[in-house]
Design a protein around this ligand. Structure first.
Ligand code: N01
Length: 499
């Protein structure tokens, strides 16, 4: 790693967001940029999550970049290794490899008022000066491993779903899976097929909708070979997600049919009334991310699988004890317990104008204009920042909209000749009001516990509207949203830095 580097743009993170940003920078003619990645490969969540059964529950024809559309005529839901390969292919084909710097974990990013530039330090001691910084660290990359009493005493193998221990073969073993979200649902079928016994510890049931088969049938395969079919299919998925899924979160027209379908699917899949009752959510559909999965319920009916709803009291060297005093043995514990999603950019230290600290400003919950810019942090952008995760569509699509807007911002900055630009307070206030109103119409604010919310209850992660609405709102001209910021050399002028 070079110890000192001077670039136009430093991108932090090499997942879908960072790779998409890199491609856009190259197309915009920006030559001097780096993509800093803490791991030793690109891929983000698609690199980290290698648990058996890991796949995307959004069809890849939509869950791919518009400039590099996924075009299989046989498979609609490729597995994790193929999604990772897809991202690697995009990076290679768009010439990003020379820009990627692995094992570069960003520790600090500090805006230099005098130079109107960012100074970034990485754990390995590198110092990078950049005109612009784009944080593309994502929302779901820091595993949450609950501090359950006795955890350290466990004598067997114990790991998080996003750090799967492939040396641990569950064949013939007793496995405990804690959590029942998307990751647990996907890893259970393979684990249950191999283990002697699997105990699933559920705290809150999820709403589950069936997922179509991973592979297309013969008719769809033939149809996808027709000219323009892929484009039409992608459009149909995009529109379908907006019209059918997005309204569910807002108690809109599709919430009732979706709930009825989920209930019917549960009834048909689970005949044991006790198990069915345990799996029936008591909160509005959409309160947690809906599981699209057709293998989860059938797995729970296997004779070697037990669903436990008594709360976990403690972990012992040989298993797990629940609140009712019952102890179940375990050789392996899988924490499918999610991510520290509301802690955006942690543990990076990010300091903006006048030394202000993003961590302090976000202590009661992160917020950013359209999930991409924060007043007081000039020339800094985010991809997939606060409230820009869609639970009702394709996140790469939202990221592409943000990336296009960031490029517009960079062009505007160049045109105006400003040293730096930042989102203006007026635009931020207007957006904040809109966001508050829109979130209030969703099922999230007073609802069930989920990773969508900061521990204080504030909804910090999901986008409350359709993807089309996201794209439309990002059509707001940059000059009506951002303001120029001058370089300031005198401490007293920090407050008047905005031109
Ligand atoms: O995590 P989660 P995930 N004791 O937060 C439980 C995306 N994803 O990794 O619901 C006991 O959903 C927790 O219980 P509760 C997708 O966006 C996408 O599964 O809080 N249990 C819950 O059951 C998803 O939403 C794909 O009561 C504890 C579970 O752990 C996101 O990633 C595939 C506990 C965590 O569920 C996260 O999914 C996989 C404790 N102390 C993931 N703490 C796709 O297909 C937590 N839990 C695109």
């Amino acid at each position: 790693m070079v110890a000192e580097l001077d670039v136009e743009v430093a991108v932090v993170g090499a997942g879908f967001g960072g790779i998409g940003m890199g491609v856009a920078l190259r197309e915009a003619g920006v030559a001097r940029f780096v993509i800093l990645e803490e791991a030793d490969d690109l891929g983000g969540v698609w690199r980290d999550n290698t648990y058996p059964g890991c796949a995307c529950d959004v069809p890849s024809h939509l869950y791919s970049f518009s400039f590099a559309p996924y075009r299989s005529t046989s498979c609609r839901y490729p597995a994790q290794p193929e999604i990772l390969d897809y991202l690697r292919g995009v990076a290679r084909e768009h010439g990003l490899e020379p820009h990627l710097r692995f094992r570069s974990r960003v520790e600090t990013a500090v805006y230099q008022d005098g130079a109107a530039r960012w100074e970034i330090t990485t754990r390995d001691g590198a110092r990078i000066r950049a005109d612009v910084v784009v944080f593309a660290a994502g929302q779901l990359h820091r595993p949450h491993v609950p501090d359950i009493p006795g955890r350290e005493s466990f004598a067997g193998a114990m790991f998080h779903s996003a750090a799967w221990d492939h040396d641990c073969d569950p064949t013939g073993l007793d496995v405990a899976v804690i959590g029942t979200g998307s990751s647990a649902a996907q890893l259970l079928p393979d684990t249950a097929a191999r283990a002697r016994r699997v105990t699933v510890y559920q705290r809150t049931p999820h709403w589950v909708l069936p997922k179509p088969a991973a592979d297309f049938g013969p008719l769809s395969r033939a149809a996808l070979r027709l000219p323009g079919a892929h484009r039409m299919y992608r459009r149909a998925l995009y529109t379908g997600a907006d019209l059918l899924l997005a309204p569910i979160m807002r108690r809109g027209w599709s919430a009732r049919p979706a709930r009825a379908l989920a209930r019917m699917y549960l009834r048909r899949s689970i005949s044991d009334p006790e198990l069915r009752a345990a799996l029936t959510p008591d909160y509005p559909i959409g309160g947690k991310r809906i599981l699209f999965d057709s293998a989860y319920y059938p797995t729970l009916t296997r004779p070697n699988v037990e669903l436990v709803t008594d709360p976990i009291a403690r972990i012992t060297p040989g298993g797990i004890t629940t609140g009712d005093g019952r102890h179940r043995p375990a050789d392996v514990i899988v924490f499918a317990t999610g991510f520290r999603a509301p802690e955006f950019l942690v543990p990076m230290e990010v300091r903006g104008r006048g030394g202000r600290s993003l961590r302090q400003e976000w202590a009661a919950g992160a917020e950013a204009y359209m999930g991409l810019a924060v007043p007081g942090y000039p020339n800094a952008f985010l991809i997939a920042g606060p409230n820009s995760f869609t639970p009702a569509g394709s996140n790469p699509t939202l990221k592409e909209h943000q990336i296009a807007y960031i490029i517009d911002c960079l062009r505007w900055r160049e045109r105006t000749g400003a040293a730096a630009i930042e989102v203006g307070e007026v635009a931020m206030r207007r957006y904040r009001r809109w966001l508050k109103r829109s979130l209030a119409a969703t099922v999230w604010p007073d609802g069930v516990r989920s990773w969508y919310r900061h521990p204080n209850g504030r909804v910090t992660n999901p986008w409350p509207a359709s993807t089309r609405a996201f794209a439309r709102m990002l059509r707001a001209p940059v000059d009506q949203t951002f303001v120029p910021v001058a370089a300031v050399t005198d401490d007293r002028h920090f407050t008047s830095a905005i031109i």
